[in-house]
Design a binder for this molecule. Structure first.
Ligand code: BTN
Length: 333
């Protein structure tokens, strides 16, 4: 069996993670990979250079003792539940925007799906071209690239469905409940922990490709935000009071996003979305103003309809619908 270097390291990490806290012998690893024990030792040396530490126990083998804290592509792959490598993953040190990088790779013909993560973005973007703070390496900046074969008319519920799925993951992983502020904010008590940016390219009436971007503040400490974000931003660690394993979370996120995407494509999401949205909807029952061009309409948020539009009960008691592409929201005190 001929294995690329990174594949051998992936297999070594998978074996050690799968057997933890037990040891795995060098002989077993060598047999699994079809290479010599010396070659195993060399691969482990390469992993040590990347921040891994192994404990060697005589007559028993190796145990993974320390993992790098920063984003690490091979470690994320080793932690992914699915062994099928059907969503290749790239981790970049720095990039303008992971959404832009996915768009460029899609335009260059890279087969989808794939995932691009970056430790830092120089031009992280949000809705309506707003800046997304992307300089803290303890957060996640992730984009997922797809080529869906569905009519574009089905897209308006996509970000909402992803939001519900990511909130469920946060609850399971961190044991805290995040909220969703229609259409794309992940929040805790009015502070934003995450934002989603879905960008689709449509040719005549066909989807050409789709990029789903997620910025999620993971371990950024409470006091470390730039002044303009100090009272608006939060992170999962600040909410839970505990540091989050960035690579473990990234692996869980990738699995969850692909599951949610497949459910969406199959059309299996509509009932669950309708049932789950109210559990996370932080606007429902609150007075808000919808800004639509030069228009400002005040009313009470009343959930979403089956097309994912925001329902607003206006001051005359009528219900108006707004789609996400058109409007921004303001809180009314
Ligand atoms: C928003 O809140 O308006 C959406 C923010 C989306 C930010 C993420 S970070 C990863 C991806 N790359 C970007 O440039 N934007 C998204």
């Amino acid at each position: 069996m001929l294995l690329r270097m990174s594949n051998a390291e992936l297999v070594i990490l998978r074996e050690l993670i799968a057997h933890a806290p037990d040891c795995v012998s060098g002989t077993a690893l060598a047999a699994k990979l079809g290479i010599s024990r010396v070659a195993i030792w060399q691969h482990m040396g390469k992993l040590r250079e990347q921040g891994f530490e192994f404990q060697a126990i005589r007559a028993k083998g190796y145990r993974l003792q320390k993992k790098p804290a920063g984003l690490h592509a091979t470690l994320i792959e080793a932690l992914l539940r699915s062994r099928k490598r059907d969503f290749p993953l790239t981790v970049l040190d720095t990039v303008d925007s992971t959404n832009d990088e996915c768009a460029r790779q899609l335009a260059a013909g890279r087969p989808a799906p794939f995932v691009v993560l970056a430790r830092e973005q120089t031009h992280g973007r949000g809705r309506f071209g707003r800046v997304w703070h992307s300089h803290d390496q303890q957060n996640l900046y992730a984009s997922f690239a797809f080529r869906p074969h569905i009519p574009p008319q089905r897209m308006p519920t996509f970000t909402l469905w992803m939001g519900v799925s990511i909130c469920e993951l946060i609850t399971n992983f961190c044991d805290v409940q995040a909220g969703l502020k229609w259409p794309n904010d992940i929040v805790f008590d009015g502070r934003k922990a995450g934002g989603m940016l879905t960008e689709a390219r449509i040719d005549s009436d066909q989807m050409r490709d789709l990029v789903f971007g997620l910025g999620l503040n993971i371990n950024q400490p409470a006091g470390s935000w730039p002044t303009e974000l100090a009272c608006r931003a939060t992170s999962l660690a600040a909410e839970t009071g505990k540091p989050i394993d960035l690579n473990l979370f990234a692996a869980a996120l990738i699995g969850r996003v692909f599951l949610a995407y497949n459910q969406f494509i199959a059309g299996d999401h509509t009932e669950t979305l309708a049932k789950s949205w109210p559990n996370y909807d932080v606007l429902r029952g609150h007075s808000i103003a919808v800004l639509n061009g030069t228009q400002r309409i005040e009313g009470t948020a009343a959930g979403i309809d089956e097309a994912g539009s925001l329902l607003l009960r206006n001051t005359r008691g009528q219900t108006q619908r707004f789609s996400a592409g058109e409007v921004t929201l303001e809180k009314v005190s």
